[in-house]
Design a protein around this ligand. Structure first.
Ligand code: FRU
Length: 434
């Protein structure tokens, strides 16, 4: 384990360009279908194994989504309901025989109220526990915004069941907090009142068989006090001046490792985790790298994360979308930005808020949700001229080619592809797990 933090530099980010057709989401049609009129959903992920493969369970495709129940089914208040969704968010699930996007059935909320530590559930993952028949761990962010901003990567465990009529869950009666922002490896609420510390993404590193967890974080230190030096700047063009406010960009991709033996026992409690130095820092570039996730392919390690135009700092910019980094030397880097810039798939400038929360699976399928499509005229302030999605976007496919990525295919709305069936014997059953 090393403690080297790679950088996304200002010079890298100057290479970000919207509307490159190889790194831009196709424009989504205004008449997209809605999965269910009674819920609004956004961040979504498929049931997977701890090695990252999307799995089916007894022939069913299963996905989880951040969700709110619609209050006004006529959509009269959709703008306000959508924009206040974080304050009512819970995790719900869907199941489908085909995964082709047209027949997702809403299953409701797996967690029992006895598991509630805080009022909101934000992103995480739904992961089959290796070595078990039907134990499933729901990693999520337990969140409250008062009396202070609290955001704790957490896990609740239960069982998954299915028959020919559908899929349901049992258990999920308690929640275990995994780790907190420590002010050393990442900023805590005293250092940065807007600190980000969420979106746990656990996985087994094939090189050492150990279980690690990625998460969204900020660089440790007082907000606004960072010095943006030559390491953060990179090789800048002549005459380039670092924009004022660059030091407010302090995103990082955090990582912790689980103690040996703890995964087999399903013990994810705090004393079993050790936080390490972040894998990537965007100091001087951007203040948010959300939902970090990982793909191991062709001996390379790909790190993906989502970010916003609005969180770039110091006059930098780039589309909302998924960004990425690649390492030739395994999990601990060094990482360099994919496509030289870091941009993997951004929204087209004609529809800058059309999708978000892209998640790249090991086969290169990218799933995202529809946020807001522009209509004719004024955007985004006039409700008559846009359409809010709150449903899944068309799935697209990218090709990972060394340190470059290419958009190659567009599929159906909410289409999910599984790489394996659970639990019948597959290659990963034989890999070591701690
Ligand atoms: C990404 C995100 C996550 C967070 C969730 C809250 O869209 O901001 O970082 O867990 O949404 O809604």
């Amino acid at each position: 384990m090393s403690s080297y933090t790679s950088r996304w530099t200002i010079a890298d980010a100057l290479k970000v360009h919207a509307d490159d057709p190889t790194t831009t989401m196709p424009v989504i049609a205004q008449d997209f279908p809605t999965m269910d009129e009674s819920v609004m959903i956004w961040d979504t992920g498929a049931l997977r194994n701890i090695h990252g493969q999307t799995v089916t369970f007894k022939g069913w495709h299963i996905i989880w989504s951040l969700a709110v129940d619609k209050i006004d089914l006529t959509n009269a208040d959709i703008y306000d309901e959508w924009h206040s969704r974080n304050n009512r968010a819970y995790i719900g699930y869907w199941y489908s025989r085909t995964g082709n996007g047209a027949d997702w059935q809403w299953g409701g909320r797996p967690l029992n109220t006895s598991a509630d530590l805080r009022p909101h559930e934000w992103s995480g993952g739904l992961v089959m526990r290796e070595g078990t028949g039907n134990v499933v761990d729901m990693f999520y962010t337990s969140e409250a915004d008062s009396p202070v901003n609290q955001s704790v990567p957490s896990v609740s465990s239960g069982q998954i069941f299915a028959d020919e009529n559908g899929v349901w869950f049992g258990g999920f009666e308690t929640t275990t907090e995994m780790f907190s922002a420590d002010g050393i490896h990442n900023a805590n609420s005293q250092q940065d009142e807007y600190f980000d510390f969420r979106d746990p993404h656990p996985f087994i590193n094939p090189a050492d068989g150990r279980l690690y967890c990625l998460y969204e974080s900020n660089v440790a230190g007082m907000r606004g006090d960072f010095v943006i030096g030559s390491d953060e700047q990179g090789a800048l063009p002549p005459g380039f001046e670092v924009g004022s406010g660059a030091q407010y960009g302090a995103a990082s991709i955090g990582i912790a490792v689980l103690a040996d033996g703890a995964y087999k026992k399903g013990d994810f409690s705090g004393q079993n985790w050790t936080q390490l130095d972040p894998l990537v820092s965007a100091l001087g570039v951007n203040d948010q790298m959300e939902r970090p996730h990982i793909v191991f392919k062709d001996g390379l390690t790909y790190l993906f994360t989502i970010s916003h135009h609005s969180t770039y700092s110091g006059n930098l910019g780039g589309p909302d979308g998924v960004y990425g980094f690649v390492s030739e030397k395994g999990l601990f880097g060094p990482y360099k930005p994919l496509n030289a810039s870091g941009l993997v798939l951004g929204n087209p400038s004609a529809a800058p808020y059309q999708t978000y929360s892209h998640f790249v699976d090991p086969a290169g399928y990218v799933q995202a949700f529809i946020d807001t499509l522009p209509g004719v005229g004024e955007y985004p302030n006039n409700p008559a001229t846009f359409r809010i999605g709150a449903t899944l976007a068309p799935t697209v496919k990218i090709e990972l080619d060394g340190d470059r990525t290419f958009l190659t295919e567009v599929h159906g709305y909410g289409q999910v592809y599984a790489q394996a069936a659970w639990p019948v014997g597959a290659a990963w059953d034989k890999r070591p797990a701690n």
